[in-house]
Design a protein around this ligand. Structure first.
Ligand code: GLC
Ligand code: CA
Length: 578
């Protein structure tokens, strides 16, 4: 297909994920809410973000904190009212900002009226809204698929003696998208919010909605979680359903759509996002955020090296050029904190947080910043036993490992502590007061005691803070066609500490140098780059005078030592005579 790089607002925007439960509590019940978000719009605007992404605020029993919906047309009273929601959208629009919400279409809550009907009898008219199958001859589940949580993907419902399918938790039965009524009902729910002016959707688990309904047995049985993904990711009708969604719904609005799609090849991303195919506008690059997960069991950590990261980035940056679009996504509410897994949350927290900000905001692709990363928030420190963990994925894993596999609970906790989703869900740290000004009451999840020194108030007016760095970066990015659209080329790709790349668009050129390590790194630029650097300007750096010295040394062909996580951003180096 033809390569095109057409400007679009959603390519030029910076998106910020507000995790509603943990952002700001307005009525002091300990739970973040929509009026809380409203009270922080100045903060978000000053930061320079264009679009907020709001994870589910629909009514939900919160088995998966909102990703288990009981009513696609309402607001969970914990978060406020429909009027609050409308006001939020209105005030964002007044500020020329936009909002997208999660569209959770792969499953509903088991408390959704459709599922209640569906499970009530085998011939209920909603039976076929979900996947029901008879037990295997031995009475066990219809096949050996495992869910994302690691247990069987099938759950027996005593009432009708059949199993239903759940890719996620037991309380999240999968919808049957092969049923045209499901598709029609979901299209209607999508229009409901768009008709009220919403600006788009982040579509949850989008590439799971078409499945091989012959349900063949999984062969990759050594994999704990989602062992059979080849049968339900990027499935037989996926493109048909997305194109239908586009023609029926999305094409009628000035909006954009982002797909959360894991386990995709670049060829698949092109199919999902090439404009001529009329499916989605972008797919999120999730791969990098999984770099420290053992592919057989995500709770086990694997070591990673910079070459792996360079390969992932090159794939999405180079191979997708002009043929599709992606969101650059390094952390969210499902992952450990950005500094914790890609940087250093101890001694070099500040330095590595800045470097990671530079990294994310100088790549092509719409950046998704997760709340708190802009001040270098760290993993939670209160996850001592499993009772301290609120999220279902970790809890199900713990049960499985300690009961079915008889593992030592402390060994299992050692894996869970650095990885549980709770790490990203501790309340936003606004100041150093008792509850970090998230709330005046004890919050639903413990505030990290490091709010004493990691908080917005402390960084707001500090010219050297992580927050200030993010503000500058967002500002710079907005004005640079090269950073938004330019070609990406990795340089010194063999280096195992330094991640360096150029971004070029017509006569605008950038060079980004990141020491992606905890140790000093020797910087010796290749000669052709030195020649080009002479006319350039050091726009941004992490280590003040030291970085300026490094820049001077580099230009005058002297080797220089980068400090841990030291990073430099140059603009305007001259075009190579080719
Ligand atoms: C997405 C969400 C996650 C949720 C899952 C199931 O991955 O980010 O929080 O648990 O989908 O809906
Ligand atoms: Ca509240």
């Amino acid at each position: 297909m033809k390569k095109i790089m057409k400007p679009e607002f959603w390519k030029e925007s910076v998106i910020y994920e507000v995790y509603p439960r943990s952002f700001k509590d307005s009525n002091n019940d300990g739970i973040g809410d929509i009026p809380g978000i409203l009270s922080k719009l100045d903060y978000l605007q000053d930061l320079g973000i264009d679009i907020i992404w709001l994870p589910p605020v629909y009514p939900s029993p919160n088995a998966d904190y909102g990703y288990d919906i009981t009513d696609h047309y309402g607001i969970n009273p914990e978060y406020g009212t429909m009027d609050d929601w409308k006001q939020l959208l209105h005030e964002l629009h007044e500020r020329n900002m936009r909002m997208i919400m999660d569209l959770v279409i792969n499953h509903t809550s088991d408390e959704h009226p459709w599922f209640k009907e569906s499970r009530s009898s085998r011939d209920n008219k909603y039976r076929d809204y979900y996947f029901w199958r008879d037990p295997a001859p031995d009475g066990g589940p219809p096949n050996n698929w495992t869910s994302f949580l690691g247990d069987s993907m099938w759950h027996l419902d005593e009432q009708t003696g059949q199993y239903y399918l759940h890719s996620y938790g037991i309380k999240q039965p999968d919808l049957n998208w092969d049923n045209p009524n499901v598709r029609k009902d979901m299209h209607r729910a999508m229009r409901f919010w768009l008709d009220m002016g919403m600006d788009g959707y982040r579509i949850d688990a989008v590439n799971s909605i078409s499945k091989d309904t012959s349900f063949p047995p999984a062969t990759d049985t050594e994999k704990m979680q989602a062992n059979s993904s080849e049968f339900y990711k990027n499935g037989p009708h996926i493109h048909e359903y997305l194109h239908e969604m586009y023609t029926e719904v999305f094409s009628h609005y000035n909006i954009f759509t982002t797909g959360e799609a894991s386990d995709v090849t670049l060829e698949e991303v092109k199919e999902y996002t090439h404009p001529a195919r009329e499916e989605l506008n972008m797919v999120l690059m999730i791969e990098a955020s999984k770099i420290c997960d053992d592919p057989k069991d995500m709770w086990k950590s694997k070591s990673w090296d910079l070459h792996e990261l360079k390969e992932i980035v090159a794939k999405w940056q180079k191979d997708l050029y002009g043929e599709g679009w992606m969101g650059t996504y390094l952390s969210n509410h499902d992952h450990p904190r950005l500094v914790a897994y890609l940087g250093d949350e101890g001694r070099y927290r500040v330095e590595s947080a800045k470097m990671l900000g530079i990294f994310q905001l100088t790549l092509r692709g719409t950046p998704y910043i997760y709340q708190g990363d802009e001040i270098g928030m760290t993993n939670a420190s209160h996850l001592h036993t499993i009772d301290d963990v609120t999220e279902q994925q970790a809890r199900v894993y713990y049960d499985l490992m300690t009961t079915k596999y008889g593992e030592d609970p402390e060994q299992v906790m050692k894996r869970i502590r650095p990885k549980a989703r709770d790490n990203a869900r501790t309340p936003m740290q606004w100041d150093d007061s008792q509850y970090a000004d998230f709330s005046a009451q004890k919050p639903w999840m413990q505030v990290n005691p490091n709010k004493e020194y990691i908080n917005v108030q402390r960084q707001e007016d500090d010219p050297d803070s992580i927050l200030t760095m993010y503000r500058k970066l967002i500002h710079i990015r907005r004005k640079s066609s090269a950073l938004l659209y330019g070609k990406y080329d990795c340089i010194m790709s063999e280096h195992d500490q330094i991640f360096a790349y150029t971004r070029e668009w017509h006569d605008e050129h950038w060079l980004i140098i990141l020491n992606f390590s905890r140790s000093e790194a020797e910087l010796q630029l290749p000669q052709e780059l030195i020649d080009r650097l002479e006319s350039s300007e050091l726009i941004l750096c992490t280590h003040g005078d030291h970085s300026r010295d490094v820049a001077r040394a580099a230009i005058s062909q002297q080797p220089a030592q980068l400090k841990p996580y030291e990073s430099l951003v140059f603009r305007g180096f001259s075009i190579l005579d080719q």
